[in-house]
Design a protein around this ligand. Sequence first.
Ligand code: UTP
Length: 294
Amino acid sequence: MLQKIRKAVIPTAGYGTRFLPATKATPKEMLPIVDKPTIQYIVEEALASGIEEILIISGHAKRAIEDHFDSAPALEMELERKGKESLLQMVRETAAIKIHYIRQREMKGLGDAILCAKAFMGGEPFAVLLGDDVVYNEPGRPALRQLMDVYEATGSSVLGCQTVPQEKVSSYGIVDGVATDDARMLKVLDMVEKPSIEEAPSQMAVLGRYVITPQIFSILENTLPGKGGEIQLTDALRVLAHREPVYAYDFEGTRYDVGDKLGFLKATVEYALRRPDMGAAFQDYLQELLAEED
Ligand code: UTP
């Protein structure tokens, strides 16, 4: 019988150099979109998709992530004393999420970070969510859930993808694949890292969501450092795709590249506009600002 996807790994051990100086002492995963750290959006997507256990791969200067998901007795007492019930509930709900942590000792690359999850996964297929890609969906069908549905239908690994404009293919890992009965899905033949427009086999870009079978671990153990001297998850996934079926699925949702400053600003503005408590006021402000510029 097909094993259910119950566990997810969220790697956060990278340096976040694109966001310096903010990330010198603060993990980029703690940068807030409006008032919630990006890591919490990712964790909430995992839980809403049906994930039961989460492992965060942490590294240098990432203590703040553990503190964020821990209880905060002094803060809770203060909020209780002041009668700030809704804030108290919010703080308690965050601390109630059960998260496990393991440190990646040396930053040897994303592939090595995923390999740190081997014992935790205990031979089960699992999900991977990268914090750089925040995906907005109406409640009901989070991006990861869409991939889990494909896994349940095929029993195979699934790479979360979206179609990107041709001029953007050189920023992503691009899938070389064959069409399937499902227009949103390709069967992966190969992957090309950051190809030129001429070299790109498709416009399906691999983004930060995956469902992977445990066979990946023995492949990662034998994956040598690749691009940038790092052990690359992409290299191991290419080997996996040569050994067993791997699918690329074009998931629905508005995706923001929050590892990039402009992408982060777009996410901040759009999430603020969607907020019932401030969206209208923020929209008025933006309109005034634009009118002043005319
Ligand atoms: P990135 O390549 O985006 O690196 O890693 P980064 O350090 O986070 O950010 P920039 O590019 O320097 O600004 C992709 C994902 O893999 C994790 C990162 O935390 C990120 O979630 N990662 C990367 C690790 O956990 N360990 C590593 O050794 C490398």
